[in-house]
Design a protein around this ligand. Structure first.
Ligand SMILES: Cc1cc2nc3c(=O)[nH]c(=O)nc-3n(C[C@H](O)[C@H](O)[C@H](O)COP(=O)(O)OP(=O)(O)OC[C@H]3O[C@@H](n4cnc5c(N)ncnc54)[C@H](O)[C@@H]3O)c2cc1C
Length: 587
């Protein structure tokens, strides 16, 4: 095997907030760390996060990490692991201040403290008055965080492989992960990157659905790589639909708009959220608001010529607030809808936004799976953080502002654990050439000549079926059809051919590799959704409308080869406080 080969202590795959926070922890501890990213790091999708990052700083309203923890457990519809949630909420304030010191230009209050806005699902005193917990840099918080983390990594001498596409993990016969085979996009040259530890931080998979808020690059590559390495994915049926995407297009209008006082109306001008969530109205959690909008439209109270959206009103906030607190939103509306939201309400409809499931990890970022003996055994040499991972702090529904927190908290935690791991594992293990060859074979498959279906056609079909058959409302018949259709697409995938076989910056080849990844994940989503016969968080089954804690308070684990789903218990015991036992979720 005559491939370019590099060795590092740690290989981080993904340069979003999760990957960069972990890499920074490692680089500052003088570990030899490489970050591989298929796009230039500051184009990672963290850059798009608008609304902010949660932490109980209590700068605007009284707050405590324990209230934040309660809201997160309740928001998760009790599927979140309470030890991980406690860990995250306790660390939040400390890590926001860390980011401030790393250079993140948070918006400020009059008294100079970090500005915090209200977001859905936030309360004071365990379900009382609305809290204002989301620390924001206008509506460009992710942008500010990503740029600061990148600059700090450059300062700390992290080694970057920009525009390298990770194909597959390298795994030896004993199950150790030894790095990855990656493709240099500019030249089409495959490389081997060996590492004592590999961390997956490849972000989400919103591109599974036709209408979504995600960038083109969010194709779940890391999750699919894990599946191919024999690791199951956890809770993949839980896909979050954000209530306020631009209707018909999908771009996100942050929940921060409603946090600043914006509200939703139907075609009768009625503030309909008062009927669905009488207490918190427009600031109910995302699954609740998405279902409310969908129901309004379905029952004939939608707006516009086809009655297929509702309106988000913010004109009453006034030009100053909109320009100061929501400049990015204003720009998005000006660019894509060609009017000014200072003057006119925005047409919105639920859009696919976030995948709550992913690669199962513990709170140290170690990937855990039923492997040799135990149900949650750490896979040697493999870590995962961020949206590709499932730790699980978001459970069945993520609260807005908790994901930027998740990536920073668990990015740092994984970095710390890797430092300990490196102390105990001082040498690289022998390279597993068989595993490298498998990855190269998968790549070579796209060089087969001849005519066949196009990647675009197959991807469009997949995204359409996913949207129609596995959306906000689901039932057995449509999910069975979804499994059937995704399996058909998987078969059609073998007949897809690339017209462009060139090596240099061949984006057609990348599209094909990403489609392959999406198809693997679609199987996980539809099979887990079909199996779960209850409604919980973002997974709403019309045929099983109630949450069923007796049968279903458990995590799903989807295994690729066999295509079957297993289950494991939710960790209901926090680290130091009492459990929040499941109760009815009302807002
Ligand atoms: C529009 C939008 C707004 C949001 N707003 C908020 C918010 O206000 N608050 C909040 O808490 N959350 C928000 N979220 C969610 C949050 O932004 C994301 O969940 C989070 O940023 C994900 O970070 P990450 O580090 O896991 O992945 P990403 O930032 O997506 O980074 C993934 C990285 O992996 C790399 N990668 C992927 N595949 C490969 C491969 N095969 N080879 C090499 N590299 C690869 C990419 O190049 C990229 O560098 C928002 C999400 C969206 C879509």
């Amino acid at each position: 095997m005559n491939l370019p080969r590099r060795r590092f202590d740690t290989l981080v795959i993904g340069a979003g907030g999760g990957g960069l926070r972990a890499a920074l922890q490692l680089a500052e501890a003088e570990a030899n760390v490489a970050v591989v990213s298929k796009v230039f790091p500051i184009r990672s999708h963290t850059v798009a996060a608008q609304g902010g990052m949660n932490a109980a700083l209590a700068n605007v309203s009284p707050d405590s990490w324990h209230w934040h923890m309660y809201d997160t457990v309740k928001g998760s519809d009790y599927l979140g692991d309470q030890d991980a949630i406690e860990y995250m909420c306790r660390a939040a304030a400390h890590l926001v201040i860390d980011l401030e010191h790393a250079g993140v230009p948070f918006s400020r209050l009059e008294n100079g403290k970090i500005y915090q806005r209200a977001f859905g699902g936030q309360s004071q005193n365990f379900g009382g008055e609305q809290a204002a917990r989301t620390c924001a840099a206008a509506d460009r918080t992710g942008h500010a965080i990503l740029h600061s983390l990148y600059q700090q990594n450059i300062k700390s001498k992290t080694h970057f492989f920009d525009e390298f596409f990770a194909l597959d993990l390298i795994k030896d016969a004993e199950g150790y992960i030894l790095g990855a085979v990656v493709l240099e996009i500019e030249t089409g040259q495959p490389w081997i990157i060996e590492a004592k530890c590999t961390l997956l931080a490849t972000g989400g998979a919103g591109r599974l659905f036709r209408t979504n808020t995600n960038a083109r690059i969010n194709t779940g590559d890391g999750m699919a790589m894990a599946l191919r390495a024999g690791i199951p994915l956890q809770d993949m049926e839980f896909v979050q639909f954000h209530p306020t995407g631009i209707a018909g297009k999908g771009m996100l209008i942050t929940e921060g708009v409603r946090g600043e006082g914006g509200y939703l109306v139907n075609c009768e001008g009625e503030r309909f959220m008062e009927r669905y969530a009488p207490h918190v109205k427009d600031l109910a959690s995302r699954d609740v608001v998405s279902r409310a909008i969908y129901t309004e439209v379905k029952e004939g109270r939608g707006c516009g010529p086809d009655g297929d959206y509702v309106l988000l009103k913010l004109e009453h906030l006034g030009a100053n607030i909109i320009k100061e607190r929501l400049p990015g939103i204003r720009q998005t509306v000006l660019t894509f809808l060609h009017f000014d939201p200072i003057e006119q309400p925005i047409p919105v409809y639920p859009t696919c936004h976030y995948v709550m499931g992913g690669i199962p990890t513990n709170r140290f970022g170690q990937v855990v799976a039923p492997y040799n003996e135990g149900a949650e055994e750490a896979i040697p040499g493999l870590y995962a953080v961020g949206e590709c991972a499932c730790v699980s702090v978001h459970g069945a529904n993520r609260l807005g502002g908790n994901s930027l927190l998740d990536i920073v908290v668990f990015g740092r935690a994984a970095g710390n654990h890797i430092i300990e791991h490196l102390e105990a594992h001082r040498y690289h293990r022998a390279l597993a050439s068989e595993s490298v060859e498998q990855a190269l074979e998968r790549l070579a498959r796209w060089e087969r000549p001849g005519d066949g279906e196009s990647v675009e056609e197959l991807r469009a079909d997949l995204q359409k079926f996913m949207e129609q058959n596995c959306g906000v409302f689901r039932n057995e018949a449509v999910l069975e059809e979804a499994v059937h259709k995704v399996t058909e697409i998987e078969e059609r995938l073998q007949y897809v051919r690339l017209k462009d076989q060139s090596k240099i910056f061949n984006t057609a080849r990348l599209d094909a590799l990403e489609l392959e990844n999406l198809v693997g994940l679609a199987q996980a989503v539809v099979r887990c959704a079909l199996a779960r016969q209850e409604s919980r968080g973002a997974h709403y089954r019309v045929d099983y409308p109630e949450r069923d804690d007796i049968r279903w308070l458990k995590h799903s684990l989807y295994f690729q080869g066999q295509g079957h789903v297993e289950y494991k218990p939710v960790r209901l015991k926090p680290l130091t406080v009492d459990t929040f036992p499941p109760k009815e979720r009302v807002y």
